[in-house]
Design a protein around this ligand. Structure first.
Ligand code: ATP
Ligand code: SKM
Ligand code: MG
Length: 185
């Protein structure tokens, strides 16, 4: 049922850095037995640069333009799971493409959970600030009303990844049955 809801569409994960778009997305793809693709990884593959290097060399606007081109192309082939970078759904053009051509899932998490995850690595250029936790909190305030436009919301809490992934699959199946979709405990 969950797989059938997609048809030829991509299941597109959106949400803040550390929400688990890449980790949970990969598990959901396994559960649905469809391919997994991550737009951040694809950007790094085609540019042969890391995301921090891209930000450093060309700046955020150029990164966003490349991200838009990559996601537009990735949305053309489906079904598969497409995990996006945290800022992708904030861009009007990208969001419209995702809402029209994909089925979107917002992995929603609270600040403490996100911070515990992202503070382990310093690979996120937007968090290279004097107070990265505050930056993350500001991004949360700004972005959550926009992420809420996604088709589904799944609560990405401090719980086993397989459980969050299973809840995503169940939310998808519920969508197929036309029932309410937000598994927030
Ligand atoms: N439910 C979970 N339990 C424990 N660790 C988790 C869970 N979900 C994600 N993580 C871990 O948190 C870290 C961040 O997850 P991930 O890279 O998937 O986030 P993301 O949403 O893709 O972030 P970004 O936007 O920066 O790409 C990873 O180390 C991942 O393994
Ligand atoms: O939240 C964001 O704007 C970003 C998240 C990452 O996935 C990367 O796409 C990049 O670091 C920007
Ligand atoms: Mg990711």
């Amino acid at each position: 049922m969950a797989r059938r809801v997609l048809g030829q569409r991509n299941l597109v994960f959106v949400g803040l850095m550390g929400a688990g778009k890449s980790a949970i997305g990969r598990l959901v793809a396994q559960m649905l037995d469809i391919p997994f693709v991550d737009s951040d990884h694809e950007i790094e593959r085609v540019s042969r640069m890391s995301i921090p290097e891209l930000f450093e060399a060309y700046g955020e606007p150029e990164f966003r333009a490349l991200e838009g081109r990559v996601i537009k192309r990735l949305l053309k082939t489906g079904p598969r799971v497409l995990s996006t970078g945290g800022g992708a759904f904030m861009n009007d053009t990208i969001r419209t493409m995702v809402l029209n051509d994909g089925l979107s899932v917002w992995l929603k998490a609270d600040l403490d959970v996100l911070w515990a995850r992202v503070s382990k690595r310093d690979s996120r250029p937007l968090l290279k600030t004097a107070n990265p936790r505050q930056t993350l909190s500001d991004l949360l305030d700004k972005r959550y009303p926009v992420y809420a436009k996604a088709d589904l919301t799944v609560w990405s809490r401090d719980e086993d990844k397989d459980i969050i992934a299973s809840e995503t699959v169940m939310a998808l199946a519920r969508l197929g049955r036309g029932q309410d979709t937000v598994p927030i405990p």
